[in-house]
Design a protein around this ligand. Structure first.
Ligand SMILES: [Zn+2]
Length: 122
């Protein structure tokens, strides 16, 4: 009977070192990143991913007193704000939850546009 041997693959240290170099991420200074986000989203609206819904911008504390933009209505999404999932836009807010936060305030958007017109039956 042959005893099973543990599987071992030859790994050269130079290969491991080269692979590690492929997956290194550039370092980002959190304060610079947060400052850039504030500059990019202040006075604007935001979209999440490829969604066409435009949200009002709210701010959430991140790493102490640094702020990052989030949907003001607290709409969740898979991902994190630092992964580039949010896009700053200039259009009017179309999110119903964001519009409901400021009833009567036309300053944040023109409301959700109708998909089609409904003609009353005669
Ligand atoms: Zn919203």
């Amino acid at each position: 009977m042959i005893a099973p041997r543990p599987l071992s693959l030859p790994v050269k240290s130079s290969v491991g070192h080269a692979l590690a170099g492929l997956f290194t991420q550039p370092r980002v200074d959190p304060e610079d990143f947060a400052r850039a986000q504030v500059g990019q989203f202040t006075g604007r609206r935001l979209r999440i991913g490829r969604s066409g819904v435009v949200h009002d911008v709210g701010w959430r504390a991140w790493l102490g007193d640094l702020l990052l933009p989030v949907p003001a209505c607290h709409q969740g999404w898979s991902g994190v704000a630092v992964a580039g999932d949010l896009t700053a836009v200039n259009g009017p807010v179309t999110c119903r939850k964001c519009l409901a936060r400021h009833p009567g305030d036309s300053g944040i958007g023109g409301g959700q546009e109708a998909l089609f017109t409904v003609e009353p039956r005669s």
